[in-house]
Design a binder for this molecule. Structure first.
Ligand SMILES: C[S@@+](CC[C@H](N)C(=O)[O-])C[C@H]1O[C@@H](n2cnc3c(N)ncnc32)[C@H](O)[C@@H]1O
Length: 202
């Protein structure tokens, strides 16, 4: 419980200013996906100030964003409103137990999963399985775990847990530490498809 408030506080403090990841530009990996896909319903988990919500909405997607930080939610709502596009931005914890009334063709995570602890990751994966339509896409960018002694970062165990209910289409690891928006961490991009027949196991 304390961890949750600490997380809420930490990210709100970041959004009092301009956090380093908040570049205002969508990454090419998302743009490439949008170029190749039919528009549908998209959920951006840990949506920050809504840059990627805006990009997707402009491509015809019905967008929902969710973030634990009130300030980023306010900024994201303002960004969508200023651009004159529709979209819903929910203040919430993506590891929580609440249900959304729609399922999504795309769930996007740029930089959220990698900071969760192990228990939160299991809840997240359960939610992800409920939120994605069969055949839906999960697109993730995450810092890699650089040592077994730290909790931050995505590991091979995480990829294995995802592939219990998702098919991995591709994964690209950038092993060098990039100073730009990558927080100095090596990082991975991956695209998964939700399998029809398999249920998540935890
Ligand atoms: C590194 S930032 C990336 C923000 C955005 N995706 C972007 O690319 O600009 C991670 C975001 O995840 C949010 N976040 C962290 N833990 C969360 C949780 N449990 N539920 C919802 N959002 C969370 C943070 O508030 C922050 O906005």
């Amino acid at each position: 419980m304390l961890e949750k408030y600490y997380r809420w506080l930490r990210f709100n403090i970041f959004y009092l200013g301009n956090p380093p990841w908040d570049t205002g530009v969508s990454p090419p990996e998302l743009e490439t996906f949008l170029d190749s896909a039919d528009a549908g319903f998209a959920l951006d988990v840990g949506c920050g100030t809504g840059t990627n919500l805006l990009t997707m909405a402009k491509e015809g997607w019905e967008v929902v964003g969710m973030d634990i930080a009130w300030l980023s939610v306010l900024k994201a709502r303002r960004k969508l409103r200023a651009a004159g596009v529709d979209g819903r931005v929910i203040h919430g914890d993506i590891t929580g137990g609440f249900r959304l009334e729609v399922s999504f063709n795309l769930v996007l995570d740029i930089g959220c999963y990698h900071s969760l602890n192990q228990g939160q990751r299991a809840h997240y994966r359960k939610n992800l399985a409920n939120w994605l339509v069969p055949g839906g896409t999960y697109l993730i960018y995450a810092h890699q775990r650089t040592s077994p002694d730290v909790s931050h970062g995505i590991s091979q165990d995480d990829f294995s847990a995802f592939t219990k209910f998702l098919d991995l289409l591709w994964r690209v690891d950038n092993d060098e530490k990039r100073p730009d928006g990558g927080g100095g961490f090596p990082a991975s991009w991956a695209q998964f498809i939700r399998l029809d027949s398999m249920k998540p196991t935890h």
